[in-house]
Every structure is written in structure tokens, then in C-alpha cells.
Design a protein around this ligand. Structure first.
Ligand code: ATP
Length: 350
């Protein structure tokens, strides 16, 4: 199901203070129906507090949370048509997978036949039918994670909140589950809001993401938009690998290390410092040419590609340049020529 532009959940000027700490500092966000939305940021930026406010476990110090246009701020967690899946999974150890899934529906007083039908359907959707009679301690980490997800989804919440849902899994399983979670979300069409501090995870899974810092949203947009056009230096640094070259705008031109680098300087103040940001994959490297001269000081082999570290006169730290692994033409100590396409250069003055 593709996300609709209609907002299902609106966070309107949400603030949360704990004594002198301002955990959430005036956040407004519209989350759309059927969308996979990620809250991403470093430790302590306020993402869990925001999620807990949406779920109803924290009362906002100011602001409102609207679901389908109705203010749910005064409602206790159990009265909100949304569900929070905890990192610890919180499965009932003495119940089978099937019983774990059915429990919430039994509490709602649904007829037995209806419960059995919905449990079977959810077991099939989450690929758990073969494990239906096992107890949680007979499951792997990834399987437990799927049961927790199935149990959260079976109650058909309008919005599912997930706090670091893949945090307990090892890297390989995590990558597999990222795609599985995305597939499942697409299939059931429920709006997912996920909290993560893992930028790669957010880029892989989310339709849109919000980058948080110090309780504020620094940028909200699609993965490509955020990767290609970070709004400020913090976002540029937080997402992926970025080279930064410190310089200044002189007569409308960016200069660093006594050299001019062509980039769009519109809107920037002349005579003031500026930082140019460019990704390793956007720097062209040749063994000779009329670009910026540099020396390869290190090479890291990553399987798919090689990361060259090139010392130039533009900045103190070597620039990171990515070339395909098949390109073995460069050796440590080689002199190279670097080219920056102006379209890939971003300038910040923040
Ligand atoms: P992490 O990734 O480490 O879980 P986070 O981005 O989820 O971090 P929060 O847990 O929302 O961050 O915390 C935001 C800020 O609020 C932190 O400075 C934290 O110490 C503070 N904080 C959170 N909960 C409480 C609380 N119950 N009492 C006091 N301070 C709190």
C-alpha cells in the first residue's frame, strides 16, 4: 500500500520537560496514512520521549497529539488506537506463539472463531505458521521479534510505534529483518513510526524520516532528499560519510587553502566562513588532469569499493574518495587529481 498524503497523526508543538531538561523542544510533524516513518537521532535527542508521548506514557508539557484530527492528548495509553512494540518484545513465556497472538483479542472479548481466523491470518502474514505451537524460549531472536510484531499488529492499530525494534539482533539478522519489516508494513498498510539511532536502518526502511537533535527536528523528508540535500552541517555529518572542507566566501566564490572551488553560493554571506560538504562517491579521481592535486595516503578495501584517503592543500584532513573495488589503479603514495562536480557540492554557513 503506498502512503497517502493524508496526515493520520499530527504532532503539534509538542514539548516535554523533565525538571530543567527539555527532552522535546517544540516538535511539529505530520505523519501520513500508511507511511513508514522513522525518528532518527543521536542518543539523548528526545526520540523515545516523543514516541512515549504519542503512546500516552508521557504527558506533554505543552502541545497536542492529534490522531485522525482528534486530540488524543488527554487519553490514557490503553484508550489510544495505537500500539507500542517494546524492544524487549515482552512476550508471555508460558504461552505458545498462537496464544501470545490471541491473548489481546480474547481480552477484547471477540468470539473464539473470529480470534482463530485472525490469528491464522496473522501467522501466515508473518511467516510463523510452522512455529505456532512453540513457546518463546524455543524461538530464535529474529523469530521472537516477528511474534512481537505479529502480536502488536493483530489488534489492527491505526499506528504502530516501534522503539528500536531491531536493536537486540546481530548485524546480519538486522539487515534481513529491515527488509522483512518494510515488506510487512507495506502488506498490512498500517502506519509505522519507528525510533532508531541507526541511520542506515532509517534510510533502508522509511518512506520519510525526521532527524532530531536536542529535542528539535532538524530536517524531515524522504531518504534520498536527506542524503542528497542535507539541510545543515549536522544532518550532513550524521547521515552517511561526508567530507567537509572549511573555507570562506570571497566575492561570491568559495575558497579553501588559497584555491577556488566551484559551487552554488547563492544566498550565502560573502566575506564570511563557510563549509563545503561533498560525499566520497561524488569526488572524481584521475591519475592526472587539471583538478585539485593530491596524494593518496591510505586505502581501505571494503569488498564492493575502495576508500582512498587523499591529502590535498584544501584542508588538513585527507579527503575520502570512493572508487569501485575493481579500480586497483591507485597505490599509497600516488599523485592524483580530484574533481568536484558543482552539483554535488553543498555549502553551509551554520
Ligand atoms: P536514546 O537513543 O539514548 O534512547 P533518546 O533520543 O531516545 O536517546 P530520550 O530517552 O528521549 O532520548 O531522552 C531525551 C532527554 O531527556 C535525555 O537528556 C534524557 O536524559 C532525558 N530524560 C528522558 N526521560 C527522562 C526522565 N524520565 N526523567 C528525567 N530525564 C529524562
Amino acid at each position: 500500500m503506498t502512503p497517502s498524503p493524508r496526515p493520520i497523526l499530527s504532532i503539534d508543538g509538542a514539548v516535554k520537560r523533565f525538571g530543567k531538561t527539555v527532552a522535546v523542544d517544540g516538535i511539529s510533524l505530520d505523519i501520513r496514512e500508511n507511511e513508514f516513518f522513522a525518528l532518527l537521532g543521536p542518543s539523548g535527542c528526545g526520540k523515545t520521549t516523543l514516541l512515549r508521548m504519542i503512546a500516552g506514557f508521557e504527558t506533554p508539557s505543552a502541545g497536542r497529539i492529534l490522531l485522525d484530527g482528534a486530540d488524543i492528548s488527554p487519553l490514557p495509553p490503553e484508550k489510544r488506537p495505537l500500539n507500542l512494540m517494546f524492544q524487549s518484545y515482552a512476550l508471555f513465556p508460558h504461552m505458545s506463539v498462537r496464544q501470545n497472538l490471541g491473548y489481546g483479542l480474547e481480552m477484547e472479548g471477540l468470539p473464539k472463531a473470529e480470534i482463530a481466523r485472525r490469528v491464522d491470518a496473522m501467522l501466515a502474514t508473518t511467516d510463523l505458521s510452522a512455529l505456532a505451537d512453540r513457546k518463546p524460549d524455543q524461538l530464535s531472536g529474529g523469530q521472537k521479534q516477528r511474534v512481537a510484531l505479529a502480536r502488536a499488529l493483530i489488534k489492527r492499530p491505526k499506528v504502530l510505534l516501534l522503539d528500536e525494534p531491531l536493536g537486540a539482533l546481530d548485524k546480519k539478522l538486522r539487515e534481513k529483518m529491515q527488509l522483512e519489516l518494510k515488506r510487512l508494513q507495506h502488506e498490512v498498510g498500517t502506519t509505522f513510526i519507528i525510533v532508531t539511532h541507526d541511520q542506515e536502518e532509517a534510510l533502508v526502511m522509511a518512506d520519510r524520516l525526521a532527524i532530531l537533535k536536542d529535542g528539535k527536528v532538524l530536517q524531515c523528508g524522504g531518504p534520498e532528499e536527506i542524503y542528497e540535500r542535507p539541510a545543515n552541517r549536522f544532518v550532513a555529518n550524521f547521515i552517511g560519510v561526508m567530507n567537509f572542507i572549511e573555507g570562506s566566501i570571497e566575492g561570491g566564490v568559495f575558497r579553501a587553502g588559497g584555491q577556488a572551488i566551484e559551487a552554488d553560493t547563492s544566498g550565502l554571506a560573502t566575506g564570511r566562513p563557510a563549509t563545503l560538504a561533498i560525499r566520497p562517491e561524488n569526488i572524481a579521481v584521475h591519475s592526472a588532469g587539471n583538478g585539485f592535486a593530491g596524494e593518496v595516503v591510505d586505502i581501505a578495501y571494503h569488498g564492493l569499493d575502495r576508500q582512498l584517503y587523499v591529502r590535498t592543500g584544501l584542508c588538513d584532513t585527507p579527503l575520502q574518495v570512493r572508487v569501485p573495488a575493481s579500480n586497483g589503479a591507485f597505490a599509497v603514495g600516488a599523485t592524483v587529481s580530484l574533481g568536484f562536480a558543482p552539483a554535488h557540492c553543498r555549502l553551509f554557513q551554520d
